[in-house]
Design a protein around this ligand. Structure first.
Ligand code: HEM
Length: 238
């Protein structure tokens, strides 16, 4: 039964339409926010609300990207890895929208004021750190960059996604007043996902599926070679 479900999930995720569908779904928050802004339903402070929405979606996509490997290991659905690069790039995309909205619509390109914010407000400094890491990961997310950097260096660089995730959560915790539940829930999820990488749960029936193909993406620290769910390579196991 579990094997059937796994096969169905793998078939769905490797179908030609899978990536375009995920791409379209990932754009929904952007168009929904634009629609609310256009129809005047974004609240009393529409600019601040758009900054908040784009920031939230950047963090959500980042956490989903971080969840791909644990999910794949738990379920044995190897084809999940196909979506990791796209999801990671959407985290970067929403972070870029977040930053652009802040710079253009919130601060009106007042560079001295923006610089003052970066230096004086620690949550902005931390957010800036997160976005710099995400930019480096997005720029090196192509297959060409994996080749150019070499697997070892590329993987080391892409471990930065963990730092970006933690920095995004810290940014959120720092900018709200007091200890609020939502940012702490995001941070707990992030720490839980990182802990899973360190101490993965091993489900015996999840070990049958080797990884499909390398995925170079923000949100991915995977080795660019087919591997089993427990991290060993098919060559070593056979
Ligand atoms: C230079 C980079 C960044 C700047 C300048 C920045 C700035 C801001 C500002 C001004 C706010 C609104 C604060 C308020 O409520 O008064 C905000 C909120 C937020 N930002 Fe950022 N941010 C940056 C990077 C990031 C990144 C990389 C992420 C995620 C990975 C992120 C996630 C969030 C979240 C989740 C919120 C809170 C949304 C809410 O209140 O519901 N930010 N940011």
């Amino acid at each position: 039964m579990a094997t059937d479900l796994r096969q169905i999930a793998n078939a769905v995720l490797t179908a030609r339409a899978a990536k375009p569908v995920v791409f379209a779904v990932a754009l929904v928050p952007l168009f929904w926010t634009l629609w609310l802004a256009y129809s005047g339903e974004l609240g009393a402070e529409p600019v601040l609300e758009s900054v908040k929405q784009s920031g939230l979606w950047a963090l959500r996509f980042l956490l989903v990207a971080l969840a791909v490997t644990p999910l794949r290991m738990l379920t044995g659905v190897a084809a999940l890895a196909r979506l990791r690069r796209m999801i990671g790039l959407f985290a970067f995309f929403y972070a870029a929208v977040h930053l652009s909205t802040y710079i253009g619509l919130d601060q009106y390109f007042d560079w001295p004021a923006i610089w003052k914010d970066i230096v004086k407000r620690p949550y902005i400094t931390v957010g800036m750190g997160a976005i710099l890491i995400l930019t480096a990961l997005a720029l090196t997310s192509t297959n060409g960059m994996v080749k150019r950097l070499g697997g070892k260096r590329w993987r080391a660089l892409h471990k930065g996604v963990f730092v970006a995730g933690l920095a995004g959560c810290l940014h959120f915790i720092m900018l709200v007043k007091g200890w609020q539940t939502t940012p702490l829930v995001y941070a707990a999820l992030c720490v839980g996902l990182l802990a899973f990488r360190r101490w993965p749960l091993r489900l015996p029936n999840a070990r049958k599926e080797p990884r499909t193909r390398p995925a170079a993406a923000p949100g991915s620290e995977a080795a660019p070679a087919p591997r089993f769910a427990d991290g060993s390579s098919p060559a070593r196991r056979s």
